[in-house]
Design a protein. Structure first.
Length: 212
């Protein structure tokens, strides 16, 4: 349950947030409150299941004035839905070989490729296939799309596997890839965007962002 009278953005230091969340018991209910008239702090209230214990903490908010990676509404040429556990495994296994992964989507398959100092690798998932019975792979592709991305961000994104059984990957040529996890209880989603690598000399200039 939530209520929001106007759109507002809260700048939160994740390290500080983690410290406050550690003050909660595993089965506590959590309420987060921010007042539009005073956006200097946010309040976190923890309540035990039987209502006999409550605790309240305030967290100083940040004035985030950094450039954000704008993602316009896009009609993607290629979309793949697959098991989130399989995506996590692919990201992990590819990371053993190299630092960049090529993702190619065609009419009935998605292909992940990697090369590095010790060799190379390729994983192909076919339309309708199921990895370890973890969910059918669904490929929708109006035209072939291929791009290369920094693997370390795929590994970071795959930490959201616990939120959803499936992940949706959407691609267009020369625009950021969209990687979305819809929460299993239909409460919402978390979506990541990652710009493709320009060339081998681009280093870590890729832009990554996310929203929930």
């Amino acid at each position: 349950m939530y209520r929001c009278d106007h759109n507002i953005s809260l700048g939160i230091n994740l390290t500080s947030l983690t410290k406050i969340l550690k003050c909660a018991n595993n089965d506590d209910k959590l309420k987060i409150r921010a007042d539009e008239g005073n956006l200097a702090t946010a309040t976190f209230i923890f309540e035990s299941p039987d209502g006999t214990r409550t605790s309240q903490f305030t967290l100083k908010l940040m004035d985030i004035n950094q450039q954000r990676l704008g993602i316009p509404q896009t009609d993607y040429k290629a979309s793949v839905r697959l098991s989130s556990a399989e995506f996590q495994r692919i990201s992990r296994d590819m990371g053993v070989i190299g630092e960049a992964v090529g993702v190619s989507v065609r009419k009935d398959e998605v292909r992940f490729t990697v090369s590095g100092d010790i060799g190379g690798g390729e994983i192909c998932l076919k339309q309708g296939g199921s990895a370890d019975g973890a969910g059918e792979t669904v490929v929708e592709c109006s035209e072939p799309v291929s791009s290369t991305f920094a693997l370390k961000y795929f590994v970071f994104f795959s930490k959201a596997t616990a939120l959803s059984d499936t992940v949706i990957i959407q691609m267009n040529p020369d625009v950021p890839i969209s990687i979305q996890y819809r929460m299993n209880d239909s409460a919402g989603y978390i979506r990541y965007y990652l710009a493709p690598k320009i060339d081998d000399d681009a280093g870590d200039d890729e832009g990554a962002t996310g929203d929930m």
